[in-house]
Design a protein around this ligand. Structure first.
Ligand code: NAP
Length: 253
C-alpha cells in the first residue's frame, strides 16, 4: 500500500490546553501542524517544542473571529506548510454569568470566537479540501451544549457548533471531507481552573467532587481529547461523519 501523503493540519487556540495537546498529537501522528492562537509567543513555544521533537510546525497568530485575519492566516499556512486539509476548530473563551447579568458584549464575544470563528476558518480552509477531494474538520463542542447554569452564551454556541458540524458533513461529504464534533466534559486546563477560581472554589476540592460523579472516576486530561481528535482526522476515519463524540468519562445526552 502506498504511504499516505503528509497532511497539513490547522489547530486553532493551540497555544495551551486542549489545542496544544492536539497540535502535539497530530504532529506525532505525522502531520505538519499550524499552531494558531492569539498569543504569538505562546504559539511559537508550542511550535518550537514540536520541532524539537522532530515534527513540523508553524506558529500562526490570528483572531479566528476576524475574517481578514483568518483569510491571511489560512493563505499563509497553505503557502508555508501546504494546503490545510485537517482543521480543528478549538479556539474558545468563556464569559459566564447568569442570564439576567449577562451583557451583550459577553454574548457576542462567545458567539464570535466559537461560532463565527469556526464558520470563518472552515470557510477559508474548505477550498483546499474540496480541491484535493479530502478533508477532516473537527469542531470542539462541549457537554455544556446540553445546558449549563451560567453559560447561556457558551451552551448556545456549543450546541450551534453541533448543528454546523452536521451541516458541513452533509454539504462537504461528496468531496471526501468529514466533519465531526468532539464534546469534552470537565478537562483540566487553564479555562476550567480560571472558572473554578472565579467562583471562589478550590480546584482540588472541585476535582474530588467531580470524580465522585464521573463514571471513570477522574477528570479529563487534554490528551484524552487529543486522542479522540486524532482518530477522527485519521486516514481510516473517512466513514465517520456528522457525529458528536462526547469525551467525558461516561455517557451524556
Ligand atoms: P484554554 O486553555 O482557555 O485555551 C483556549 C485557547 O484559545 C487559548 O490559548 C486562547 O488564547 C485561544 N483563543 C481564544 N480566543 C481566540 C481567538 N479569537 N482566536 C484565536 N485563539 C483564541 O481552553 P481549553 O480548556 O483548552 O479549551 C479548548 C476548547 O475546548 C474550547 O473551545 C473549549 O470551549 C472546549 N472545551 C473545553 C472544556 C474543558 O473542560 N477545558 C470542556 C468542553 C469544551 P488566549 O489565551 O490568548 O485568549
Amino acid at each position: 500500500m502506498p504511504d499516505s501523503p503528509r497532511r497539513v493540519a490547522v489547530v486553532t487556540g493551540a497555544a495551551r490546553g486542549i489545542g496544544a495537546a492536539t497540535a502535539r498529537r497530530l504532529a506525532a501522528d505525522g502531520m505538519a501542524v499550524a499552531v494558531w492562537d492569539l498569543d504569538g509567543t505562546a504559539c511559537a513555544s508550542v511550535a518550537d517544542e514540536i520541532a524539537e521533537a522532530g515534527g513540523t510546525a508553524l506558529a500562526v497568530t490570528a483572531d479566528v473571529s476576524d475574517s481578514a485575519q483568518v483569510e491571511a492566516a489560512v493563505t499563509r499556512v497553505a503557502t508555508e506548510l501546504g494546503p490545510p486539509v485537517v482543521l480543528v476548530n478549538n479556539a474558545g473563551v468563556l464569559r459566564d454569568n447568569l442570564l439576567f447579568k449577562m451583557s451583550e458584549p459577553d454574548w457576542e464575544t462567545v458567539m464570535g470566537v466559537h461560532l463565527r470563528g469556526a464558520f470563518l476558518v472552515t470557510r477559508a480552509a474548505q477550498r483546499y479540501m474540496t480541491e484535493l477531494r479530502w478533508g477532516r474538520v473537527v469542531n470542539l463542542s462541549s457537554t455544556s451544549a446540553l445546558g449549563n447554569r451560567g453559560q447561556a452564551n457558551y451552551s448556545a454556541a456549543k450546541a450551534g457548533l453541533q448543528g454546523l458540524t452536521k451541516t458541513l458533513a452533509i454539504e462537504l461529504g461528496t468531496f471526501g471531507i468529514t466533519a465531526n464534533a468532539v464534546a469534552p466534559g470537565f478537562v483540566d486546563t487553564e479555562m476550567t481552573r480560571a472558572t473554578v477560581a472565579r467562583v471562589g472554589m478550590d480546584f482540588e476540592e472541585v476535582r474530588r467532587q467531580m470524580c465522585e460523579r464521573i463514571p471513570v472516576a477522574r477528570i479529563g486530561r487534554p490528551e484524552d481529547i487529543a486522542h479522540a481528535v486524532s482518530f477522527l482526522v485519521g486516514e481510516d476515519a473517512g466513514y465517520v461523519s456528522g457525529q458528536v463524540l462526547y469525551v467525558s468519562g461516561g455517557p451524556q445526552g
